[in-house]
Design a protein around this ligand. Structure first.
Ligand SMILES: [Zn+2]
Length: 99
């Protein structure tokens, strides 16, 4: 599955941090730097905190996606953890998007 970033228009490569907004797929760095320019001064600190959390979540997600195992029970565990972190990073992404 290949996605393009709607900010820089480049293809998102495996291992790069990215997320999904209502506008489509976007690199983490492109998403945050664009948002930083439009968010009101008094919300900048809040944006900084949200972006830190999202950065950690996406780093964790990329790490989980890189775990390779043939063990069925391990695959199920990984799938569940990935679904959970995808949902949580989706929530933080929405918070940032709606700032
Ligand atoms: Zn980009």
């Amino acid at each position: 599955m290949e996605y393009g970033c709607y900010v820089c228009n480049k293809l998102i490569k495996t291992g790069e941090k990215f997320t999904f907004t209502k506008d489509g797929s976007v690199h983490f760095d492109c998403f945050i730097s664009t948002k930083r320019k439009t968010v009101h001064e008094e919300k900048q600190e809040y944006l900084r905190t949200l972006s830190l959390i999202l950065d950690y979540q996406l780093t964790y997600l990329v790490a989980l996606l890189n775990v390779k195992t043939d063990d069925k029970e391990s695959q199920d565990l990984l799938r569940k953890r990935i679904t959970t972190i995808e949902k949580e990073s989706g929530d933080i992404t929405n918070n940032i998007y709606n700032l």
